[in-house]
Write a protein that binds this ligand. Structure first.
Ligand SMILES: NC(=O)c1ccc[n+]([C@@H]2O[C@H](COP(=O)([O-])OP(=O)(O)OC[C@H]3O[C@@H](n4cnc5c(N)ncnc54)[C@H](OP(=O)(O)O)[C@@H]3O)[C@@H](O)[C@H]2O)c1
Length: 235
């Protein structure tokens, strides 16, 4: 039996990943602040940027109970924010802390809790990263730094060398979601590359969440998963 945990399953890429996993007969537990209308999955309403809330949940039995009985388990660390966008002079320190907790703290803590909660299963972890973790973009210092942290976490987990615990930090491409709409709505002064993203949308250059999720789940379930700790779905 296969079971998967998907963070940020209520919208965008995460919603499509949850639906794709479910369509392949994999039991899904979604973690987000809101709820998904997708029937037949388990859901937990949790603010993953709130360390106390996440800590309380992982300390309880819910994670272990959900994963019980599975021989292969998956964690898709998908929830993330691009904000705060802008140079240091304009960044709200509270928003910086929120982004670091959601984009890095929660994925790393969940990865550890997930591995410990299913000691007898094959465990695969995908961090949903970004090209921004590999290239520096003006206005995206926090986003770039948090995604680079996920990449390096996967590299270090790989050198830990447990063949039953595999982690990959995967850039998914540019996807037509609420996050992209927010990027296009960013004032040019905060994000000088805004126009590039507007043109990408206008020229039909964005991937649909469904197509991206199909490729990501193929990647997650493939025999060679883990060969590269840091990868790009467009490769
Ligand atoms: N879209 C792109 O072009 C693109 C490109 C590269 C990488 N990515 C990455 O792909 C991932 C998904 O992006 P997306 O475009 O699908 O984003 P999105 O449309 O903004 O959706 C974000 C998801 O994360 C959840 N979330 C946000 N804040 C949360 C919090 N504090 N606690 C729990 N859940 C929270 C949201 O659910 P609730 O609001 O219900 O909490 C929602 O389900 C992100 O990690 C992003 O960095 C996206």
């Amino acid at each position: 039996m296969k079971k998967a945990i998907v963070t940020g399953h209520t919208r965008g890429l995460g919603a499509a990943i949850a639906a794709e996993l479910q369509s392949r007969g994999i039991a899904v537990l979604g973690l987000a602040r809101g709820r998904s209308p997708l029937a037949g999955i388990e859901q937990l309403e949790v603010d993953l940027a709130d360390p106390a809330a996440l800590e309380a949940w992982v300390a309880g039995p819910a994670l272990r109970d959900f994963l019980a009985g599975a021989d292969a388990v998956y964690l898709v660390n998908n929830a993330g924010v691009v904000t705060p966008v802008g140079q240091l002079a304009s960044q709200d320190p509270a928003a910086v802390l929120q982004a670091v907790m959601l984009n890095v703290g929660a994925p790393l803590a969940l990865a550890a809790a997930f591995v410990q909660a299913a000691p007898d299963a094959v465990r695969r972890i995908v961090h949903v990263s970004s090209g921004a973790g590999r290239n520096a973009y003006p206005g995206w210092a926090v986003y770039c730094a948090t995604k680079a942290a996920l990449d390096h976490h996967a590299r270090a987990v790989q050198v830990d060398g447990d063949p039953r615990v595999l982690a990959v930090s995967l850039a998914p491409g540019v996807i037509d979601t609420d996050m992209q709409a927010a990027i296009r709505a960013t004032p040019e002064g905060n994000f000088p590359l805004r126009e590039r993203f507007v043109e990408m949308k206008d020229s039909g250059g964005l991937t649909s969440p469904e197509d991206c999720a199909r490729n990501l789940v193929d990647y997650l379930l493939a025999a060679g998963f883990g060969a590269e700790a840091v990868d790009d779905l467009r490769n």
